[in-house]
Ligand binder design. Sequence first.
Ligand SMILES: O=P(O)(O)OC[C@H]1O[C@@H](O)[C@H](O)[C@@H](O)[C@@H]1O
Length: 200
Amino acid sequence: MVAFADQVRRQQWLGHTGKPIQSIVNIGIGGSDLGPKMVCHALQPLGEPKLSMHFVSNVDGADLQQVLAQIDPATTLAIIVSKTFTTLETMTNAHSLRSWLLSHGVPEAKLGQHLVGVSADPARAIQLGIAPECVFKIWDWVGGRYSLWSAVGLSALLYIGPTHFSELLAGAAQMDQHFREAPLRRNLPTILALLARDGK
Ligand SMILES: O=P(O)(O)OC[C@H]1O[C@@H](O)[C@H](O)[C@@H](O)[C@@H]1O
C-alpha cells in the first residue's frame, strides 16, 4: 500500500494518456468514507498539494455528478472502498464512476490505472475490473467504524503520505494503550464519552 501511495504521490502512477494522477475519488459509505474523509479534512495542512481529494457516499447521483464536473478522467484515480463490496450505495456509485471513465475515453484494458479497490472480498473487486494487484485487503475482523486504521485509510495515506500516516497509526496505538491503562478520572476517551452523554 505504501509503495503504491509513493508511486502516486511521486507522480509515477500514470493514467491511460500518460499523465500523472491529480484527483482522488474515494467511493464508500459509513466507516469506508467518514474516517478517511475526517483525516483528510483535519490534516489538510499536511496534504499533498498536487492531489485534490473527493469523497462520494450519497447514492443521490447529484453527489457524484458534482465531483465528476470538477475532475479530468485522464488524471483521476478512484478508490472503491467497501469491506463487503456489496453495499448498495457504494456499488451504485462505483458502477457509475466506472461507466463515466469508459465513456470519457479510458479504454477498458487501462481501467486498472484509474480504479483501485479496498475490500475484505478481493474477488468482488476484481469482478468490477480492478486489477488483482490493485485490491488492498481489509482484515475480516475490522469493524466498519474502526476501519480507518486498516487499508480503508488508503486515501488518507495518499494525501498525507506514509510518514504522517505512520504517525497517525502510532498515535492511535498510544491512545488504545492509554484507554486500557489510565485511571478513569484521567482517561480521555471516557471523559469524552461522558461529555457527549451530558451534552444530550
Ligand atoms: O464497507 P462496507 O461493507 O461497504 O460497509 C459500509 C458501512 O455499512 C454500514 O451498514 C455499517 O453500519 C458500517 O459499519 C459500514 O462501514
